[in-house]
Design a protein around this ligand. Structure first.
Ligand SMILES: *Cc1c(COP(=O)(O)O)cnc(C)c1O
Length: 393
């Protein structure tokens, strides 16, 4: 009898052969500057916990109190009977924080993109999309059935040419970009893109997953960073990175948000985030509203670490954010570098093809406000040691 799942074994074997098989490490401690990974205590240089909120006692306390008051689950999708006061409160607070007209919560940043793009464009419409946009933007775009027109990364000039040539062939159009690109840490030219959207009658959408809690005053995100409040129709956000919890949202134009309550399919057909998640998200927003301390510390740590890495002689690419790609180029060297870092007590992942182009392999260091100066110094010393050992510096 033939095994109808044999193809999976074959496909997995091929991944292993090509060095593309994903081995997933298990973390046995709370998130923070240090982790216990596979039984070993290591310095954490790879999570998106930019502000150290994932295990902040204030978020933990808020989640506990909310459970005591409201239980754990929402028990239905939002539109049937699952909207609780705590969800409404979070949306209101997020809109205020982002200085947007309104906000709507989704279960994740991924579902926010999946739900939003098909609600805005469909057959006969166009999506002008940066070639390096996140997988959830690509999937949401495909679901919409609109024509996808990819433009070269961060290239507003070529986008203009494409709009001049093609905009007239479509009914509605959407320009969509990541705010911060997670592999290089570079920032989208949002002012130029927004001007093009206005000139060519396109809706403007930015996914600011790696920008909120990081860019803009007190971490209000890329729209605030460029002073574009009121001009970007859709700002997608996640609560799973700087905010330290889980969940997604759209902030922006009130009409768009109203429409998503009627037509955003993950909003209509999938249950809301749980009570403790939502309460912890609210606590995170409140912390960011109250003080810029964590965001300031994140940037201090970022500048310190990057300056020291450059002094050591590492190539850290063109990042403008706490994402620090240590460019090594060769795939095998990068795997070896990451393995040696781990042996020396530093957890920093190797990123290679197909996530980034061949020959552009790197170790991606994620700096956090949770790191003390001493943590950073320890990490730098290990990078220096391994870098010399492997002939990189
Ligand atoms: C991480 C990320 C997402 C997904 O966010 P989740 O809330 O974890 O689903 C979406 N878009 C971008 C650009 C991201 O970096």
């Amino acid at each position: 009898m033939s095994d109808k799942l044999q193809w999976i074994d074959d496909a997995l074997a091929e991944l292993r052969e090509k060095g593309l098989y994903n081995t997933i490490r298990t973390i046995e401690s709370p998130q923070g500057a240090w982790l216990v990974v596979d039984g070993k205590r290591v310095l954490n240089f790879c999570s998106n916990n930019y502000l150290g909120l994932a295990n902040d006692p204030r978020l933990v306390q808020a989640a506990k109190e909310a459970i005591d008051k409201l239980g754990v689950g929402p028990a239905a999708v939002r539109t049937i009977a699952g909207t609780m006061s705590i969800h409404v409160e979070l949306e209101k607070r997020l809109a205020e924080f982002k200085e947007a007209e309104a906000a709507i919560q989704f279960q994740s940043g991924f579902t926010a993109n999946l739900g939003t793009i098909p609600a805005l464009v469909g057959r006969g419409d166009a999506i002008f999309s940066d070639e390096l946009n996140h997988a959830s933007i690509i999937d949401g775009s495909r679901l919409s059935r609109a024509q996808i027109v990819r433009y070269p990364h961060n290239d507003a000039r070529t986008l203009r040419t494409l709009l001049e040539e093609q905009r007239g062939q479509f009914n509605r159009a959407l320009i969509v970009t990541d705010g911060v690109f997670s592999m290089d840490g570079d920032i989208a030219p949002l002012p130029e893109l927004t001007r093009l959207a206005e000139e060519f009658d396109c809706m403007m959408m930015v996914d600011d997953a790696h920008g909120e809690g990081v860019l803009g005053h007190g971490g209000r995100g890329i729209v605030h960073h460029f002073d574009l409040q009121g001009r970007v129709d859709v700002e997608v956000g996640t609560m799973s990175k700087a905010f330290g919890v889980v969940g997604g949202y759209v902030a922006g134009n009130a009409k768009v948000v109203e429409w998503l309550r009627q037509r955003g399919r993950p909003f209509l057909f999938s249950s809301a985030t749980t009570v403790p998640d939502t309460a912890a998200c609210l606590a995170a927003v409140n912390i960011l509203e109250e003080s810029t301390e964590l965001v300031d510390r994140l940037w201090e740590n970022t500048h310190y670490f990057k300056d020291e890495m450059v002094k050591l002689g590492f190539d850290i690419g063109q990042s403008m954010t706490p994402i620090t790609p240590v460019m090594l180029g060769d795939e095998k060297l990068t795997q070896e570098f990451s393995r040696r870092l781990f042996e020396e007590g530093v957890f920093a992942t190797a990123i290679a093809y197909p996530t980034v182009p061949l020959g552009k392999a790197r170790i991606r260091v994620m700096i956090s406000a949770a790191h003390s100066r001493d943590d950073l110094d320890q990490g730098l010393a290990v990078f220096a040691k391994v870098g010399r050992e492997l002939g990189v510096i």
